[in-house]
Design a protein around this ligand. Sequence first.
Ligand code: ATP
Length: 361
Amino acid sequence: MKTYRIATIPGDGIGKEVIPAGQRVMQAIADEGGLRFEFQNFDWGGDYYRQHGVMMPADGLDALRDQDAILFGSAGDPDIADHITLWGLRLKICQGFDQYANVRPTRILPGIDAPLKRCTPEQLNWVIVRENSEGEYSGVGGRVHQGHPIEAATDVSIMTRAGVERILHYAFKLAQSRPRKLLTVITKSNAQRHAMVMWDEIALQVSREFPDVTWDKELVDAATARMVNRPASLDTIVATNLHADILSDLAAALAGSLGIAPTGNIDPERRYPSMFEPIHGSAFDIMGQGLANPVGTFWSVVMLLEHLGETDAAARLMQAIERVTSTPALHTRDLGGQARTDDVTDAVCAQLAQGRQEKAA
Ligand code: ATP
């Protein structure tokens, strides 16, 4: 039987609720037979920082290196500056393991009351590919003369040909694998006339390797309006680190809730483990109350299973999730319901068990 080593990092806030829920669902999948998970939990995050002065140990990446995948909750703490929590944990793993493709599927799941009144669920089915290793989040920059009137600060956006080529290659390949074979390359190459123009040029070059993919370009500001007004004109979307970060929160909101949206930080070359996480943050306003929607984590588990090649298990879990979202009594507060994290988790596990019984019958 295939055994997968899975690192779980709940992190902060509701990460501590949704990641154990995700682990329960993974165990329910293992109970179906055919595969096993060996979980190793890492207590890194804000509490770890209070004790040790760092979000994760200096040799933390070594502890993760041999895992088959990572399930991550959230990094963020009201008492610790956001740039410390983000750079000290999540980005350290993403950059340390060169997880350069951040993949964010967005769909309106059955039973979800999404905000766009003219958009049917069939018309919103996107995958956003976010460049995840450089660009605006390169970490290059500095501050001088802090606190003085002459203080200056820079954040330098570094875009390399190698970095842009590999993300565009990944995006074209992903678009090619989807039924509509449609890609939109989003930049701001009218105002940013160096790196963004290079993106456009490289997109044209890479497109020649994918003659069966239809593609177009869009400026990021126009892209926001297009997502709202013409959602069906989009399918696969690729954008820079910052642009796709913003667009995918909009996408999640248009699909019904931030609590549903999943993401994968992928190393396509599989040199290192990839990391899967809900796109929401720590949500301190609801933490510890059992109100967190765990669906974003469950959908992230679907992506994790697909990445491991366990496509049947992934499809079974997605079906179980969709059956649960179809039931309004199982909607959490973010979806206008009253269900609790445990109710949703129990229901998904029960759906998996029911599917197993139906198969056996
Ligand atoms: P961070 O600073 O870590 O990004 P945040 O609280 O600023 O955290 P989010 O965690 O993304 O940002 O939350 C934004 C809003 O969405 C909050 O009001 C939160 O309660 C709600 N929310 C986010 N995720 C969920 C979820 N899984 N279930 C229910 N509500 C959620």
